[in-house]
Write a new protein. Structure first.
Lengths: 292, 119
């Protein structure tokens, strides 16, 4: 059974279509990257999946049931979002004991070790926490909840590079021991590129891409060389971007680059360079902007 | 860790290199999927895919309940495979670059001899 199944999912806010006919399936035990620009619909999608809102049309199933106002399935989900708020009069330890009661799979030892890792002051009130400490508290809850479906929506506001690396390392280690479905929504694509097994890319409410990240990495390359040669080579592929400097051209191409194509490139005197996941996403999402 | 090829291929190749240079000797255990994932900071599924590729090639084998081990003969298999790929990967690009620079065959041979002497 799939963990999440969306079919033709659409969400409108008045005139604005935040999600437009989105169809995908999340199978169990994978780390997904939910990527896209601001306003692409990422947060809306997560709100629908976590039952905080209902779609305008289309169908959405969570563990085989509809999530909206459905306590039974929602107890299996944890959603940590950017600027997560907690009761301000509570101390850190109170928030944690609340979370402990909320999540059936809660691991108290793990939670306490994360509190130590992030240097969280247990007795400090929520309203006195810095932005980074609030984020660390969110990350702690999101990880220790061990929910079968775990969402992190830009959870790192105020977290420095060291704390973010700590988060990635703890996530990876715990995920290896306790596989579950994790969805990471982030702008820091390069930081999580190697963690993500599968990419969902949203662009203006539409699902632009639904593919294993390994596949995506091989699908986009940067070809550079003499203009005529690059253009000849590019004709067989989808050109996402093209820059020219004198007689030299650099083009981002999407397609299938097997050994035969690589040999053809070499013979034309073209250099094929890989692009990072972040670069691929930038090219794929700006291509549509240019085309408009 | 990014040269454009799928990460699992790069993981497999790293283990292959360690087998060839003797870091992982034949009949010794290689790191587990989770150890590889934590060390390289990659998804465990990706690490598993890399390991499985080597199992499919007969370079690693599984001892039930213990882990993955380097198969006997793995070093020889890898050396043979790399020798077959040597011409494509190293010699041909060398000749192409030499042509571009106007270095003739005789000069190229001389350069190789000199390089050998300087090792």
């Amino acid at each position: 059974m799939s963990v999440v199944a969306a079919a033709g999912l659409t969400k409108r806010f008045g005139e604005v279509t935040a999600l437009d006919d989105v169809t995908f399936t999340l199978t169990g035990d994978k780390i997904y990257g939910l990527l896209g620009r601001n306003g692409a619909g990422k947060t809306t999608l997560m709100q629908l999946i976590t039952g905080q809102n209902s779609g305008t049309s289309g169908d959405l199933m969570l563990f085989g049931e509809r999530p909206y106002e459905n306590e039974r399935v929602l107890s299996r989900v944890v959603f940590i979002k950017e600027s997560q708020t907690y009761p301000t009069a509570y101390q850190v330890r109170h928030v944690l004991s609340l979370a402990k009661r909320l999540f059936p799979n809660w691991d108290e030892d793990f939670a306490q070790s994360l509190v130590d890792d992030f240097d969280l002051p247990r007795k400090r009130k929520v309203r006195k926490l810095s932005r980074g400490m609030l984020s660390a508290l969110g990350v702690t809850i999101g990880l220790a909840a061990r929910a079968p479906l775990t969402f992190f929506d830009e959870p790192y506001l105020g977290l420095d590079a060291v704390a973010r690396q700590l988060f990635y390392d703890r996530l990876l280690a715990d995920y290896a021991e306790n596989p579950r479905t994790v969805v990471l929504s982030t702008h820091l694509i390069d930081e999580v590129a190697d963690l993500i097994e599968h990419v969902l890319l949203l662009d203006r409410g539409k699902l632009l891409l639904d593919a294993p990240s390994d596949e995506l990495r091989g699908e986009v390359v940067e070809a550079s060389g003499p203009a005529a040669a690059v253009d000849e080579f590019a004709a067989a592929h989808q050109a996402l971007h093209r820059e020219q400097l004198g007689g030299a051209v650099r083009a981002s191409l999407r397609g299938s680059f097997d050994d035969a194509e690589r040999t053809r490139a070499k013979k034309l005197g073209i250099d094929l360079a890989p692009v990072s996941l972040q670069q691929a996403v930038v090219r794929l999402t700006t291509e549509r902007t240019n085309a408009r | 860790m990014d040269d454009g090829r799928p990460i699992f291929v790069q993981i497999a190749e790293m283990i292959e290199n360690s087998i060839i240079d003797g870091t992982y000797a034949e009949e010794t255990q290689v790191p587990s999927t989770n150890e590889l994932a934590a060390f390289h900071r990659i998804n465990p599924a990706t690490a598993a895919k890399g390991i499985n590729r080597l199992v499919d090639d007969g370079l690693l084998y599984k001892r039930r309940g213990i882990g993955m081990f380097v198969a006997t003969g793995a070093v020889e298999t890898l050396r043979e495979r790399r020798r077959r790929e040597f011409s494509d990967q190293y010699v041909r690009p060398l000749i192409e670059e030499a042509r571009k620079l106007g270095i003739g065959t005789e000069e190229l041979k001389k350069l190789i001899d000199t390089g050998e002497e300087q090792r």
